[in-house]
Design a protein around this ligand. Structure first.
Ligand code: SF4
Length: 749
């Protein structure tokens, strides 16, 4: 027993499943991840995690992982060595570059990257010579980043999760944290316990709405009309913070004109929200300040998402809620490191730290990278293209299929999906056609992903197995800008290599590794994450990643005793005067002692003395795009009928509709959508029983079909993937060369 205890180690990591950033202690024995506990000392999760976080260790079990490099040949996957795979991919890349130029390749990165990998990936694309680099943030919160940055200055959450406990009112629009960000709900409910009324605005009665003091049912997409309706009532009644608006906010008079168009009757026509409820919400927000406005993808994933985030940001200025504890525009992001990957430039229109693509920005990064500006410029097809945005993730298929549709001289011939599955994107038919039209497609991922299934091409489709986030060290930035260090928990499974090492292998083949890693050490073939972060510290002056050295971050994550005796409720948690994990900006140099900034905007100084101004921007570019057309909602649509037509259509598509009465359909939709939805319909258990029986029956049938095996069409991961891999990929056989998985270790598991 003593020997076993000696072999046991505890590694501090961060849950990879959402942007809350809950800390986890992983228990490792003989190289095998045998257990996990949520970290009690983390002020963010305070000793808890949700069902998703509790499953973090499953990442270490290897089921369905890509085990070794592979290539598709004549419809079947064949195994390659790493040397062979990098050689072939590198030769194809160089041939594409020779014939079509550097802009003929798209590099799609990931919100699952560590900060170090995000930064390295952007630097790699720059050294390849293109701005064709992007990641999932383009699809989820890019509208927030642009909207909030235009109004306040930074494209990020203004306060912290913990600070929601200080809010006097909480309004959530287009977010369902009880399911999507469950531990954040701990803080929302903490605020509610402290007396803050909770208002939830959502087309669906969600699990979060079940906790609301006021649930506001809104037509999808009608958020701007709702926000302007609230603003008008606040202004008409003189409830706005006049001093705040006059002292700190520029450009508000123009916006006021737009707002005053939104009478309660107009708002009701567009949103379906009755005037008395609109007035009640406006009064609640005005009477309970400072209040927080929380939003998520329900507000942003829309063709008018930028307008919505601007309107939400301006409403908080009208109420004087920005720059105050308990207030703020608190944007809950999606992936665990979507904030960090955006900050560090995995984007077609920025360099790390939101530097633009101007010559001076390139010169700045050239100095940090210690490469000549002229060498960098010569890597690109032209200086103009070096300073022009590349192809965003939303347009890459156009880049392949229709080179006239994107502003690039070369059609895309090669694409990398690095921690990024193509089915996260819309426009399925174009996407699949484009996938099958490129000359080279490389998937770098721990798992094969849907991209491999959608792709019929042979000879030019490769899978490179990368280690999961738990198999490499590095930092991540949660939604409230706290940068946390994630220790490596286990070695990469099977033949996977870390992302850092794969970048090195490719850079060596492409001929620029010496420059790329000039100031980054390589240990056992793997670039050192700490060295990469030191380089990030040197260049990120615009947003203040300059003070979060790996040494400081590790001290925050490891020294549990520093938190003893500190009251964590209602604070961000402090370590010897620093805020927990140094939320950016944390300015470094020369002292490296900046404590971090949980409250992003400082109102301690008036604007005349250097305090921050805000700009209420609602420019002409948004004209006509601020709401969905009224006739998008024909009479008899979901508001009147009480359930979404689209979901009933899905029931019909499944062949269930004929067997059910309308009322049963309604109940199924409500209950399936959310277990609390029955409250909205005043249903008793007796009401729900027949419909639930039908639903259970349908689920049983579906389960039986699934157990009977894959369908004939072969269009499942099991079918296409398992049957075509040489050794099978069912996870039943662990490789003999896998470190740590000895017979004894397997017994421990
Ligand atoms: Fe992980 Fe998010 Fe759940 Fe925390 S709330 S345990 S970060 S999924």
């Amino acid at each position: 027993a003593e020997a076993t205890a000696d072999m046991r180690q505890y590694r501090k990591t961060v849950c990879p499943f959402c942007s809350v950033g809950c800390s986890i202690w992983a228990e490792v024995e003989n190289g095998v991840w045998v257990g996990q506990e949520p970290a009690f000392e983390s002020p963010i999760n305070q000793g808890t995690h949700c069902a998703k976080g509790a499953a973090t260790r499953e990442i270490a079990l290897g089921e369905r992982r890509t085990k070794y490099p592979m290539k598709k040949v004549d419809g079947a996957w064949i195994r390659l060595s790493w040397e062979q795979a990098i050689e072939e991919i590198g030769e194809k890349l160089l041939a594409i570059r020779e014939e079509h130029g550097p802009d003929s390749v798209e590099w799609l990165g990931s919100a699952k990257f560590s900060n170090e990998q995000a930064y390295l990936f952007r630097k790699f694309a720059a050294f390849w010579g293109t701005n064709n680099v992007d990641h999932q943030a383009r699809i989820c919160h890019s509208t927030t980043v642009a909207g909030v940055a235009n109004i306040y200055g930074y494209g990020a959450m203004t306060n912290s999760y913990n600070d929601i406990r200080n809010s006097k009112s909480i309004i959530i629009i287009g977010g369902n944290p009880a399911e999507a960000h469950p531990v954040s709900m701990l803080h929302v409910l903490g605020g509610k316990e402290n007396g803050a009324p909770l208002i939830v605005v959502d087309p669906r009665f969600t699990r979060t709405a079940a906790h609301a003091d006021e649930y506001v049912r809104i037509r999808p997409g009608a958020d701007v009309a709702f926000l302007w309706g609230l603003a008008r009532i606040i202004l008409e009644n003189g409830w706005e913070d006049r001093e705040y608006l006059s002292q700190r906010v520029f450009g508000f008079d123009e916006v006021r004109k737009e707002i005053m168009n939104w009478t309660p009757d107009e708002v009701e026509k567009v949103t379906g929200i009755p005037p008395d409820q609109l007035e009640r919400v406006a009064r609640t927000l005005a009477d309970n300040r400072p209040g927080t406005l929380i939003w998520c993808m329900g507000l942003t994933q829309s063709t008018i998402g930028n307008n919505k985030t601007r309107a939400a940001s301006i409403l908080q200025l009208i109420l004087g809620n920005i720059g105050k504890s308990g207030g703020g525009a608190n944007i809950f992001r999606g992936h665990d490191n979507v904030q960090g990957a955006t900050d560090l430039g995995v984007s077609c229109d920025t360099l790390p730290a939101y530097y633009g693509l101007t010559e001076s920005a390139w010169r700045h990064w050239g100095r940090v990278w210690d490469v000549e500006y002229s060498w960098l410029r010569d890597r690109f097809a032209s200086k103009d293209l070096m300073e022009a945005p590349g192809i965003p993730v939303s347009r890459w298929a156009d880049g392949v299929l229709d080179d006239e549709g994107v502003d690039q001289p070369a059609p895309l011939k090669g694409i990398f999906f690095w921690g990024h599955a193509s089915n996260s994107q819309t426009r399925g038919p174009e996407r699949v056609a484009a996938l099958n039209a490129v000359d080279l497609c490389v998937i770098v991922d721990p798992y094969p992903t849907q991209t491999a299934i959608e792709n019929e091409m042979t000879d030019n489709l490769y899978l490179l197995p990368s280690g999961s986030t738990m198999e490499m060290a590095g930092s991540v930035t949660n939604s409230n800008r706290s940068v946390q260090w994630r220790e490596k928990v286990v070695e990469p499974l099977f033949e996977a290599r870390t992302d850092y090492e794969i970048v090195r292998l490719l850079a060596e083949k492409l001929g620029f590794a010496d420059r790329l890693f000039k100031h980054i050490g390589i240990e056992n073939g793997v670039p050192v994450a700490e060295d990469i972060l030191h380089e990030i510290n040197r260049g990120t002056w615009t947003i203040g990643y300059t003070g979060q050295s790996p040494e400081r971050l590790k001290r925050h994550m490891k020294q549990q005793e520093l938190f003893d005796g500190i009251s964590l409720i209602g604070t961000s948690g402090e370590v010897e005067g620093d805020y927990y994990c140094l939320p950016w900006p944390s300015w470094g140099r020369p002292e490296m002692d900046h404590p971090g900034t949980p409250l992003l905007y400082d109102l301690s100084k008036p604007v005349a003395e250097g305090g921050l101004p805000f700009r209420a921007r609602w420019g002409v570019e948004h004209e006509g795009g601020n709401l969905l057309a009224e006739d998008s909602y024909p009479a008899g649509s979901e508001i009147e009928d009480g359930y979404p037509e689209i979901t009933v259509n899905m029931l019909e598509a499944l062949g269930w509709a004929d067997e059910l009465t309308d009322r049963e359909k309604l109940i199924i939709v409500a209950v399936a959508a959310d277990r609390f939805s029955h409250q909205m319909f005043d249903l008793t258990e007796e009401d729900a029983a027949p419909a639930m029986a039908a639903l259970e029956n349908a689920i049983r049938t579906a389960d039986a079909e699934r157990e009977a095996g894959p369908s004939d069409d072969g269009n499942t991961i099991d079918d296409a993937w398992l049957n075509s891999s040489p050794d099978g990929q069912d996870g039943s056989a662990l490789p003999s060369n896998f470190p740590g998985y000895s017979d004894e270790a397997l017994e421990v598991i």
